[in-house]
Design a protein around this ligand. Structure first.
Ligand SMILES: Nc1ncnc2c1ncn2[C@@H]1O[C@H](COP(=O)(O)OP(=O)(O)OP(=O)(O)O)[C@@H](O)[C@H]1O
Ligand SMILES: [Mg+2]
Length: 235
């Protein structure tokens, strides 16, 4: 990740600056010619980097669902600083299950929640994956360490699993989902799940072990049964 600062204090304080000035004077170099250019970018901010991980459709998404906003606040509140004075980081926290019909606005709220969380100022490594893409990535195949990929997704401080239940059900899908959810459940890692399925169908799709864990670890958010894609101006 790009990190930079223009604060001269980080060079070692006034003493360092004086030494630099003396060195430049000894070499007949005008300090003005080595000063930072006026158009140098501002210091790095996580908000600047945010759009990089966001698909264009959701780059401007704003979370406005009260339960989603409440969840963001809860996750931010539970962030802890790894050392005194360091920025607070998301480590453990509550999870959210957003259920609703196609086009209800679940993915919009999910990306909006990530933006909102970053705006609170806490440090958070996050990842969004459609469940079907995740299963494709995790399919065992020669030359790919899919166990390592599963471990990485399982550990990610904030994981958004979009469209759980959209891939074809199978024993393998159930097992992989169980291993992923079980790890996140055990480590109490904030996980935001979206689904088109009703809870009873989720249970039939993923089995008791996953649905039991999701029932305990998530707050459930129900969306109005409106397909927003069919009720708005085209974009
Ligand atoms: N609160 C909102 N304000 C403005 N536009 C919205 C809002 N919520 C959703 N939209 C827009 O409505 C469309 C559908 O939203 P979204 O993709 O989030 O639905 P979804 O519930 O994830 O659907 P699916 O289940 O098919 O994945 C998108 O174009 C999205 O940008
Ligand atoms: Mg969606």
């Amino acid at each position: 990740m790009r990190t930079r600062t223009r604060d001269p204090q980080t060079l070692g304080g006034a003493g360092t600056l004086d030494r630099m000035a003396r060195i430049l004077a000894a070499r007949n170099i005008d300090p003005a010619t080595v000063a930072a250019p006026a158009d140098e970018p501002e210091p790095f901010s996580p908000l600047d980097a945010l759009p990089a991980g966001m698909p264009p459709r959701y780059q401007g998404a704003v979370a406005d669902h009260p339960q989603v906003l409440e969840w963001v606040q809860d996750v931010a509140r539970q962030a802890v600083a790894p050392s005194t004075g360091a920025r607070r980081q998301v480590t453990t926290g509550p999870s959210l299950l957003m259920a609703g019909v196609v086009g209800a606005g679940k993915t919009h709220q999910a990306y909006g929640a990530v933006r909102q969380l970053v705006q609170t100022g806490v440090g958070v490594r996050w990842r969004v994956t459609a469940a079907a893409d995740l299963y494709a990535d995790l399919r065992p195949r020669p030359g790919v360490d899919t166990e390592r990929e599963l471990a990485a997704v399982s550990r990610c401080p904030l994981l958004i699993i979009d469209d759980l239940g959209a891939a074809k059900a199978s024993e393998w899908v159930e097992e992989v989902t169980y291993r992923l959810i079980n790890r996140r459940y055990n480590h109490m890692l904030p996980t935001l799940v979206t689904t088109n399925l009703a809870i009873k169908d989720l249970r039939a799709y993923l089995g008791d072990r996953v649905s039991s864990r999701l029932a305990q670890m998530t707050t459930r958010v129900e969306f109005e049964p409106v397909d927003r894609r069919r009720h708005r101006t085209p974009a």
